[in-house]
Design a protein around this ligand. Sequence first.
Ligand SMILES: Nc1nc2c(ncn2[C@@H]2O[C@H](COP(=O)(O)OP(=O)(O)OP(=O)(O)O)[C@@H](O)[C@H]2O)c(=O)[nH]1
Ligand SMILES: [Mg+2]
Length: 444
Amino acid sequence: MPNFVFVLIGIAVLAAIFFFLRSKKPESAEEDALDGEKPQKLPAKSSAPSVRPQPEKAAPSPKETTPKEQTRAEKAEKVEKVEKAAKAVAIEPQEAPAKPTAAEPKEAPKAETKRSEPARISTKPATPKRPKDVAGLRRGLARARETEGFFGRLKALFTGRKEIDPNIAEQMEEILLSSDVGVSTTQELVDAVKGKLSRGELTDEAKVWEALRGKATELLDNGGGALVFENKPTVVMVVGVNGVGKTTTIGKLATRLTREGSKVVLAAGDTFRAAAVNQLLVWGKRAGCEVVTGAEGANAGAVIFDAIQKAKEIGADVVLADTAGRLHTKTNLMDELKKIARTMTKAMDGAPHETLLVLDSTNGQNAIQQAALFKEALPLTGIVLTKLDGTAKGGVILGISAEHKVPVRYIGVGEKAEDLRDFDAAEFVEALLGSASESSDRAA
Ligand SMILES: Nc1nc2c(ncn2[C@@H]2O[C@H](COP(=O)(O)OP(=O)(O)OP(=O)(O)O)[C@@H](O)[C@H]2O)c(=O)[nH]1
Ligand SMILES: [Mg+2]
């Protein structure tokens, strides 16, 4: 019996040892799973490589960090953040003074303006108003002032007599008509003088002369003068039939604007002749401005589109776009120009901001007809009358201003850059017909 009891005790002790050992195993397994450096003893355990700790060691999961470690990590993160912020503050002041350095003193404020004002409205005209230069203009209008010219023949009518020739109005009419003033404008001028004569307001020839001059100034004074470049860039489309002086006018204007400090881009929109492109390149080189060209026969609209993009890119003030005066294709010139204008609008809202029609004053009445055709097709904002130095019939300017009511912006009195003059009605009339104080100078 006592033997049986010993056996029972022995079994109980063995069972106790067994359960004790069983209860210890899971703990060590858990430890093994968390500690990757411990070699895996049991193949069953090593069959779970996902819990292999190497990567976890490199980037421990929050689960594994103790509260102490977490606080340390948070602190380190905070310190890092503060250091980063401090660095940023240190960099900014270094970059800020770098902006207004000598390299780009002009560009920086321009970029600011661009962001706040999509279309810059300038308060100053790009071409400052020039002082009157009647003498200079008179030299340019020399031919019209010759004995056989417009002024010369009118002058001969007024001999400074006290008594007025009763036929003076009719004689004036004949001279005006033969000087390209045009029928309706001549009528307007003559009627103004006749009206005053019939009311007895004109007591001598000097007064008649003065009345004629006054009416001429009134007809010419319809808001003309140099363009004011309100947009950045202001896109100017230059149109006109072939040979009138479009390219030359663009070259002259570019020279002047560049000299005055404006950034100009020329667009070689006359792609039908290689010579036209070269002509513009020569002017561009002389003026010192960028010229955007395309291959011969390229789409004119595309070339001008590129020029506008270029102007925007480099912050130019003005784009002067040349166009062809005659097409070698069957396309209608007016349709082609309208198409080009539409492409320009795609490149920049509101473009072309100005459409200048160039007319050759030696074309006389033809120039007046051309103005009518172009005005019908395009929203003209100004006229440039060229070659006034080459005609004895300066009267065409009166006909164009009065009949079409399109302001004359510039006049050309020669081939050189300085021969493009801002049009001023009073100055022009004074140069051609003399001033009020010069009544006795009509023979000047
Ligand atoms: N005397 C004088 N000649 C001028 C004036 N303006 C232009 N010209 C001349 O007129 C000629 C024709 O000028 P362009 O500028 O080539 O004319 P365009 O309208 O561009 O001609 P296309 O390209 O053929 O359509 C050139 O010989 C110019 O020098 C001017 O005001 N006075
Ligand atoms: Mg040309």
